[in-house]
Design a binder for this molecule. Structure first.
Ligand SMILES: [Zn+2]
Ligand SMILES: [Zn+2]
Length: 297
C-alpha cells in the first residue's frame, strides 16, 4: 500500500519505492465538489515530503476509483517528460487494492461532507419523470443524493443497509417510506435485498411487503426490527419525513426545469428516457417501487 494518512499531521502521504528506498510525498487530493456528481475521479498532487528547498516537481495523477485506473494528470501525453512518465509508472506499478479502497473512502467522506453542507433545495437533480408520473415509481433517497446519509445496521454480525424509497409526486399526500433491507457483502461490494417494509412515518406503523423465508434473526421479526431501528436512530421517523420532503423539493425543481410545473403544463411529456443514477453499490431496492396512489387506483 502506498497511501497512508499520517496520524499526527493528518496529511496524506505516499511512499513510492525508488532505486534508493522509498520516495515520500505529501499528497493533495482534489475531488469535484458537486454533491450529485458521480465522476469517481480524484486528482492527486505530489510534493516531496518533508518539503525540500528545491522547487517542487509538479507531479500529478488522476485516479478513477471505480475503474481502478491511474492516468497522468493535467499534463498531456505529448509533453510528458521521461521523469513524469517514470513516476506515473512507479505509481501504477505499486498501487494496490487497499490503496483504491483508501482513496474510495477519502472520496466518499468528502462527498458526504459536501452533501451534508449543501442547501439541498438549491440542487438540481434529474428524476425519471415519466416513470414517476405514469408508473408511480418510488425513488430512493440515495438514488438522488448518492452521497447522502443512509441507514445501516449490524445485526447478528451481519451488515444491513436500509434503502429508503419515497413517492415524490407532488399531488400525492402519502406519508410512506418503502424500506428495502439489503444484506451487504462487504468483500464483493454488493448487496442482496432480503426484505422490504412499508413504513407510515406519521403513524409509525410498519408492514412487511416481502421477506425471504430464511432471513435470520431480527430482520425476520418485524416488531424486533422496528424496535432495533428506533433504538439505533432516535429521530428515525422525523428523518424519514425530512428526507421525503427533500426529495419532493428536488423533484419540484426538476419539474420546473422541464417546464412541467406549475401543473397546468402537466400534459406536456418529457421525451426520451432519463437515465437513472445507481452509484450506490448495495442496490436500490427497486422491487417494491409503486406508490400508494397507483395501488389504490
Ligand atoms: Zn465530479
Ligand atoms: Zn404516493
Amino acid at each position: 500500500m502506498i497511501f497512508t494518512r499520517d496520524d499526527k499531521t493528518q496529511k496524506v502521504l505516499a511512499r513510492i519505492p525508488g532505486s534508493q528506498g522509498d520516495d515520500v510525498y505529501e499528497c493533495t487530493l482534489e475531488i469535484c465538489s458537486n454533491p450529485l456528481c458521480i465522476c469517481n475521479v480524484i486528482t492527486i498532487q505530489f510534493t516531496p515530503y518533508p518539503p525540500s528547498p528545491e522547487p517542487a516537481l509538479d507531479k500529478s495523477i488522476t485516479v478513477d476509483i471505480r475503474k481502478r485506473r491511474v492516468e497522468i494528470g493535467p499534463l498531456t501525453a505529448a509533453d510528458t517528460s521521461k521523469k513524469d512518465k517514470d513516476f506515473l509508472w512507479a505509481v501504477s506499478a505499486h498501487i494496490q487494492d487497499d490503496d483504491y479502497q483508501f482513496l474510495h473512502q477519502e472520496y466518499y467522506l468528502y462527498k458526504h461532507a459536501v452533501t451534508n453542507r449543501a442547501d439541498i433545495s438549491s440542487l438540481y437533480a434529474e428524476f425519471p419523470i415519466d416513470d414517476i408520473e405514469q408508473n408511480g415509481d418510488m425513488i430512493g433517497y440515495t438514488e438522488i443524493l448518492p452521497y447522502g446519509d443512509y441507514f445501516a445496521l449490524i445485526l447478528d454480525e451481519q451488515q444491513y443497509i436500509l434503502v429508503d424509497l419515497y413517492c415524490v409526486r407532488l399531488e400525492c399526500a402519502c406519508v410512506d417510506t418503502v424500506m428495502a433491507c439489503i444484506l451487504v457483502n462487504e468483500q464483493k461490494q454488493t448487496g442482496e435485498e432480503v426484505a422490504a417494509y412499508r413504513i407510515d412515518y406519521k403513524k409509525r406503523r410498519w408492514e412487511t411487503l416481502d421477506a425471504q423465508d430464511n432471513i435470520p434473526g431480527v430482520v425476520g421479526d418485524l416488531e424486533t426490527l422496528k424496535q432495533t431501528i428506533e433504538g439505533a436512530y432516535p429521530k428515525f421517523y422525523r428523518r424519514l419525513r425530512e428526507r421525503h420532503q427533500q426529495l419532493k423539493t428536488l423533484y419540484m425543481n426538476c419539474l420546473k426545469e422541464h417546464e412541467l410545473y406549475p401543473p397546468q403544463h402537466a400534459s406536456r411529456r418529457v421525451s426520451g428516457k432519463v437515465g437513472r443514477n445507481d452509484p450506490f453499490p448495495w442496490g436500490s431496492g427497486k422491487k417494491f417501487k409503486q406508490c400508494c396512489m397507483t395501488k389504490a387506483r
